[in-house]
Design a protein around this ligand. Structure first.
Ligand code: SAM
Length: 245
């Protein structure tokens, strides 16, 4: 079993429940990846997780063309809750949106909410594609949790239904150059809000400025691209209130 564990380099995100002896059928894509790309076969070790049952050491029990199965051997990491951090961002161009989704997973975000602002100027947000990126990023970075991806929704509607106990760190470009002060940001559930390439409109800024659960923050003296701002704001939150402490 120790040898099997040492050999397990491949990490797969699956949908099925995981438990001792549990058989996990592979999708066509997973079978192609394991047997066609990674050249594994029966008896090969694989790590599997599903976002609910921790991480399991599994063994290929059946390997065929476009099909196959794994057998769970033992749990190697229990499921643990990640930080209660959400990311609200205005979708940008496709490759940059994909980047934001990937980095959100690596940085431990629990929920990804695309928000449509007055100046959001992007192609349609594809939730199914974003979910696939979430799984890939989680496989690669060792995450046990899979952030939920929400459908894109207008920012004002999202704010209207917001639970005020979840405090939002608002990356506000108008604050650029001000010193970063997170002292007023309470502990507990949080979110980061980043605007589109064109920034927030005056109306949006005025509204955000009146909400007691929104905290404006500057991300240094330069204007960052939206994807850099998302990364920087998530890093700040993780260092100050999250699991980097
Ligand atoms: N067109 C806007 C301007 O020139 O002011 C810039 C928008 S910026 C490309 C996209 C988003 O990144 C902003 O809405 C904001 O959320 C965030 N951002 C960029 N630089 C920032 C900074 N220095 N401080 C705070 N937020 C920043």
């Amino acid at each position: 079993m120790v040898g099997l564990m040492a050999a397990a380099k491949i990490r797969l995100c699956v949908d099925q429940p995981l438990g001792p002896g549990q058989s996990v059928p592979l999708s066509v894509a997973q079978a192609h990846y394991l047997f066609g790309v990674m050249r594994t076969g029966e008896g090969s070790a694989v790590l599997v997780f599903n976002g609910r049952d921790g991480e399991w050491l599994a063994e290929v029990s059946e390997a065929g063309r476009g099909r196959g199965a794994l057998a769970c051997r033992r749990r190697v990491r229990p499921q643990v809750a990640g930080p209660d951090l959400w990311l609200l961002f205005a979708p940008v161009k496709k490759a940059r949106t994909d980047f934001i989704v990937e980095k959100a997973v690596e940085l431990g975000v629990a929920r990804i909410l695309p928000v449509l602002t007055e100046r959001t100027n992007s192609e349609r947000f594809r939730r199914d594609k974003a979910e696939a990126h979430v799984r890939e990023a989680a496989e690669q970075c060792g995450a046990l949790c899979l952030p939920e991806v929400a459908e894109a929704a207008p920012l004002d509607r999202v704010l209207a239904g917001w639970d005020p106990s979840r405090h939002i760190l608002w990356a506000d470009e108008a604050e650029a150059g001000a010193a970063v002060t997170l002292a007023a940001l309470p502990d507990g559930p949080g979110a980061v809000l980043v605007g589109p390439e064109g920034g927030f409109s005056g109306v949006e800024r005025a509204r955000l400025g009146t909400l007691p659960f929104v905290h404006a923050v500057a991300l240094g003296p330069r204007i960052l691209r939206a994807e850099t701002a998302a990364l920087a704001a998530l890093t700040l939150w993780q260092a100050a209130r999250g699991d980097w402490r």
